[in-house]
Design a protein around this ligand. Structure first.
Ligand code: ZN
Length: 194
């Protein structure tokens, strides 16, 4: 077939090559489905919290929260899926809480029909620090935004469904006010990083 007007690649592409370029296009979608299967849960939101405690940069805040949730609250594990805290060298680090295949224990809204709605539908991320008292540091915000972007991609969660704990209450029309992740934590500014 003489088709001199066609681009070189097109003219020489075999059915196999065309199949290859087609599968290259759909591989990210397949990968995402496989990952979602592994998680075995359709997460709809990401909810951001603060620990309401100072980050003393020991690198042990997550384990302290885990002990508190298990020993004091009687939960089977820490309530959050991920936590961000400082290491002694001053760099923010990511800690894992619960696995993504498990529902969380981080938003309980007792004055609505489904008090557990966000625990069942939202990935819970806790940034160690008290942001009612101090503004969240830029490095921690940027670090958290990287994690959130990955999770948004993995679970196909839109930016507007990345919300603060207090916003979760507002969305469900709760009369219970929560300042979490802190009065000085600007969720709009955080979403702008995503
Ligand atoms: Zn919270």
């Amino acid at each position: 077939m003489n088709t001199p007007h066609k681009p070189q690649l097109q003219a020489h592409s075999s059915p196999f090559e065309r199949l290859l370029s087609f599968t290259r296009g759909i591989i990210p979608g397949i990968k995402r489905k496989i990952q979602q299967k592994a998680i075995n849960r359709e997460w709809k939101y990401i909810v951001i919290h603060h620990s309401a405690t100072k980050d003393s940069r020991t690198g042990r805040a997550t384990e302290a929260i885990r002990r508190y949730h298990i020993e004091q609250k009687g939960w089977r594990d820490i309530g959050y899926h991920y936590l961000i805290e400082y290491l002694p060298d001053g760099l923010p680090t990511l800690r894992t809480g619960r696995g993504l295949s498990e529902i969380g224990a981080h938003v309980y809204i007792k004055d609505i029909d489904q008090p557990w709605y966000f625990n069942q539908n939202a990935i819970g991320i806790c940034i160690v620090g008290d942001f009612d008292r101090a503004r969240p540091p830029e490095d921690k915000l940027k670090f958290t935004a990287q994690l959130v972007r990955q999770l948004m991609w993995l679970c196909e969660i839109p930016k507007e469904d990345v919300i603060g704990h207090g916003e979760a209450h507002e969305r469900k029309g709760s009369r219970l006010i929560r300042t979490c992740p802190g009065n000085l934590f600007n969720m709009d500014k955080f979403r702008a990083l995503l």
